[in-house]
Design a binder for this molecule. Structure first.
Ligand code: GRF
Length: 195
């Protein structure tokens, strides 16, 4: 199966996913697509021999439809069976998402349904939560709202800052996302949790 991975930044989740899709894995990365030409993940993908493309959202100021129409071109050429959003920081319209209904995943750094949107670590710390974590879910028209496929939990420790909490969660993202992706491409969509 062909997996396209959309990124906006360092692409650490993209690297984890790409590294997992080797050997007897039923899927292979077919494209790494970024909205930011400066995304660090682009060079990492190229070093791994994965085709890359860039559609700079800044060239479509306020024209989301134009941006998404451009985004569709490399995706049409790559013919992915599945799209994995991995640190992709643009909100996609309902129309765009509907084209890939059931075939688009995202990783979000909170225990959804808590803390949809941004600043998830600060919000969990502010709220005095004992736990935090990350969630892989199917992407639907509603932001950070689709069916949850997997979650990973970590303790929130006293004295945690958003940075220390992020550092505790990110390695788990790199375990969870490949695990969920492998199950999805093998036809399993039942919920899993780490640990
Ligand atoms: C991570 O916190 C991830 O949860 C969020 O984007 C951040 C950076 O991801 N979706 P990456 O290093 O670019 O994969």
């Amino acid at each position: 199966q062909r997996v396209a991975i959309l990124i906006s930044g360092s692409g650490s989740n993209m690297v984890a996913l790409a590294q997992s899709m080797q050997g007897d894995h039923p899927a292979r990365p077919c494209l790494v697509l970024s909205n930011d030409p400066q995304a660090g993940g682009l060079a990492k993908a190229q070093a791994m021999g994965i085709p890359t493309a860039v559609v700079d959202h800044r060239a479509f100021k306020g024209d989301r439809a134009g941006f998404e129409a451009e985004l569709l071109k490399p995706l049409r050429d790559a013919q992915p069976d599945l799209i994995a959003l991995a640190g992709f920081m643009r909100v996609l319209s309902a129309d765009f998402v509907r084209r890939f209904e059931g075939r688009m995943l995202n990783i979000h750094p909170s225990l959804l349904p808590k803390y949809k949107g941004l600043n998830t670590y600060a919000r969990a710390i502010e709220a005095g939560d004992a736990e935090a974590g990350c969630t892989v879910h199917e992407v639907t028209a509603e932001l950070d709202d689709g069916p949850i496929l997997g979650q990973a939990r970590v303790p929130v420790l006293s004295g945690d800052t958003p940075a220390t909490l992020a550092a505790r969660i990110l390695p788990l993202e790199h375990q969870l996302y490949p695990l969920v992706l492998r199950r999805v491409v093998s036809g399993q969509r039942d919920f899993i949790t780490l640990p």
